[in-house]
Design a protein around this ligand. Structure first.
Ligand code: SF4
Ligand code: SF4
Length: 191
């Protein structure tokens, strides 16, 4: 079972700190240290507001990931306990975005040092230069390689996020089953 991060809508206050922390956590280090303010805002989770609820939505790292299953160039793979997009392989076909049941997949311009990467050999201007930006699939990667783990979890002032690991999930299910059994036992006794 893959690890994933999920937010509790009853705790979320809609401050967007998670979106900002996510975008900053994924900035190129050289750009972050240079203090480039023109860096585009590309969070890998999205705060959703409806009249009923406010909560961030991000990839659940599906075990049989629909996005990976439909990718025609195998750009999405299972790595350790998460699902990762290889943007070098991605051709921007958007099939994964359509397949994602949560709406957690985005398409964004690929950047290098905050500058767009252009498609090679597809559309050239009259000088023969590439003119169309390369667009790639973009989603939560659980802040892979980040020392403190997922930035959204760390920054949330309402402690709305939970990191769910396979062992936690098994323990929760076991406790739930025990509670159900105890409830049934109580009902029988009362009758
Ligand atoms: S940081 Fe926490 S409280 Fe703020 S929007 Fe994100 S989940 Fe909600
Ligand atoms: S957009 Fe990229 S990652 Fe998504 S299905 Fe197409 S090639 Fe694969």
């Amino acid at each position: 079972m893959n690890t994933f991060v999920v937010a509790n809508p009853h705790k979320c206050i809609g401050c967007k700190a998670c979106e900002i922390a996510c975008a900053v956590a994924h900035l190129d280090n050289s750009v972050a240290t240079a203090g480039a303010l023109e860096a585009p805002f590309l969070p890998r989770l999205n705060l959703v507001r409806t009249p009923m609820v406010t909560m961030p939505i991000q990839c659940r790292q599906c075990d049989d990931a629909p996005c990976a299953n439909v990718c025609p160039v195998n750009a999405i793979t299972h790595q350790e306990d998460k699902i990762i997009v290889n943007t070098d392989k991605c051709i921007g076909c958007k099939t994964c975005m359509i397949a994602c049941p949560l709406g957690a997949m985005d398409m964004v311009p690929e950047l290098e040092n905050c500058q767009p990467v252009y498609q090679e050999g597809l559309q050239l201007n009259i000088e023969g230069q590439p003119v169309k930006e390369k667009i790639v699939a973009h989603k939560c990667d659980l802040c892979v390689g980040r020392e403190g783990g997922p930035a959204c979890v760390e920054v949330c002032p309402a402690s709305a996020f939970v990191i769910v690991k396979p062992a936690d999930m098994k323990k929760a299910i076991k406790n739930r089953r025990a509670a159900s059994a105890a409830e049934v036992a109580c009902i029988k006794k009362a009758n």
